[in-house]
Ligand binder design. Sequence first.
Ligand code: HEC
Ligand code: HEC
Length: 323
Amino acid sequence: MSVFGFINAAGLLAAISMLGACDNIRPPRTGAKPSPVAAPSDGAGPVVAPAAAPSGQSAGFTPPGHDQIPDGPYGDIVRKGRDIFTDTRTHAGEFVGNSLSCGNCHLDAGRLANSAPLWGAYVRYPAYRSKTGQVNNYTERLQGCFMYSMNGTAPPAGSEVLVALETYSYWMAQGAPVGAQLPGAGYPKKFKPPQPPDYARGEAVFVENCALCHGEDGQGQSAAGRQVFPPLWGPKSYNWGAGMHQLDNAAGFIKANMPLGRGGSLSDQQAWDVAMFMNAQERPQDPRFTGNLADTRAKFHDDPNSLYGLEVDGRLLGSDPIR
Ligand code: HEC
Ligand code: HEC
């Protein structure tokens, strides 16, 4: 049984605080000790939530708190959008093909700087995207998230799900300058490691710093049917078309936010190494797959940040697609 078997989703923060305090949680197989991720082990101090201790936090914009969502019909849609964002399967399950929620990668319900916050995104659309070769509006951007990050299908424009997510983003971005690249928007992906990323070193980083929560097999952990720690690869993860499969996005996200509660603790090299290890595992096929791996790589993955279609550690990535 999972050491987190007794935790429900609402107890997640309590669980994280316990990781530092509890003696009977076993270290991963290296024998590395789980590092404390929370403040005082007497349990009296404040829990270090991801929102409270992000690394490199340099947000030029502070979004409103959830207690500021207004009453009435507008507030109702905002709350609906927040619920979809933080528990996507429950509230928009028909469009979701894995066990992730939007909020797993956009932390603090899409509020956290350096975690591609919604307030940083909303004000920058419509925007040209090289991925689609077109100017996309915000609705189209959200549809892409469902197809790739959520390995599902795009909700139709104007559907309740997309309207709610747009309204939630609009509400969160109130007062943010339109068209600006705000500090803390996106993931901090513009840093490079001293050496090229390395699979074996990345595996060691994973075993020591990630497996405790995400599982030795990277499949995450669930309790009472709910995903408490999300999977990093395999059939329940993001697919080969998702932004997180790109090494720069993954390294930036990991460097700023992981291990959860200890963002900024890995070196640049460690963040890139573990991003490579994570993204050199199999995951669901790119929905744009043309039927031929080399062709699909040439068309959609002609980028040093993508390992799709390449051979790493003896495996030809994307050739064993889990659908
Ligand atoms: C597996 C992680 C993951 C999941 C799950 C995920 N996203 Fe994202 N999202 C990303 C990545 C990576 C990017 C690209 C960020 C970049 O290019 O800087 C992104 C980009 C975005 C953007 C544009 C951000 C910007 O600054 O331009 C929005 C909006 C967004 N996601 C919304 C969502 C929504 C809504 C969901 C759920 C339906 C979702 N995401 C699920 C990883 C994820
Ligand atoms: C203390 C537990 C914990 C540790 C240790 C940890 N994570 Fe996470 N990780 C989480 C949780 C919980 C989330 C989802 C956050 C949320 O929903 O607010 C997450 C989200 C993620 C995501 C985005 C969602 C997904 O599944 O794709 C990635 C990628 C990730 N972690 C990678 C890592 C890596 C790499 C390490 C090691 C360097 C690591 N994590 C260490 C708890 C942890």
